[in-house]
Write a protein that binds this ligand. Structure first.
Ligand code: S3P
Length: 172
């Protein structure tokens, strides 16, 4: 398929719960590319969960590790990369992601994300008294950064995973 020749790597960005890992895995299968999840690579490297690392070392230290891993993974040959929701916070990450592949922003509303993540305890940033308020703040802060990093935006609200995968492959 010609799309594979023209477009060797794809990265997915978006808030936690937007479907980056689920859609990324299916997209990779469809495009016959390898799939990598930057959070998984980080956890392998740290030897502990991101949640535990956040608690012990703090967010800034996590962001340093994340930047190194994003640099490494975006420098690799071809594949589909799902990124942590905060990877766009650093300008160096935004630039590397944008320049080294096709970046898709999976956009969901904070309300939709809240419905999906309500019972999820693995995300340290959402372990607060008002997770919906937190998601709204994160959305306000990051939506412009995801748009700046991405080459196009996919609305994740209604369509199934396979429909979203189709929509993305058609735009590559
Ligand atoms: C984060 C999102 C997480 C993970 C870390 C920080 C964030 O990834 O990288 O907990 O700042 O939004 P997901 O987007 O996969 O939840």
């Amino acid at each position: 398929e010609s799309s594979q020749i023209r477009l060797p790597s794809v990265a997915l960005v978006g808030l936690p719960g937007s479907g980056k890992s689920t859609i990324g895995r299916q997209l990779a299968r469809r495009l016959k590319l390898s799939f990598l999840d930057s959070d998984h690579v980080i956890e392998e490297r740290l030897g502990c969960s991101i949640r535990d690392y956040f608690e012990r070392e703090g967010e800034a230290s996590f962001r340093d590790v994340e930047e190194a891993v994003i640099d490494e993974l975006t420098g690799m040959a071809s594949g589909v990369l799902s990124t942590g929701g905060g990877s766009v916070l650093r300008p160096a990450n935004r630039q590397r992601l944008h320049e080294r592949g096709h970046v898709v922003y999976l956009r969901s509303s904070p309300e939709e994300l809240f419905r999906r993540l309500r019972h999820d305890v693995s995300r340290p940033l959402l372990q607060v008294a008002d997770p919906l308020g937190r998601l709204r703040d994160l959305y306000a802060q990051r939506d412009p950064l995801y748009r700046e990093t991405a080459h196009f935006v996919i609305e994740t609200g209604r369509p199934s995973v396979s429909t979203l995968v189709n929509m993305i492959s058609m735009q590559l």
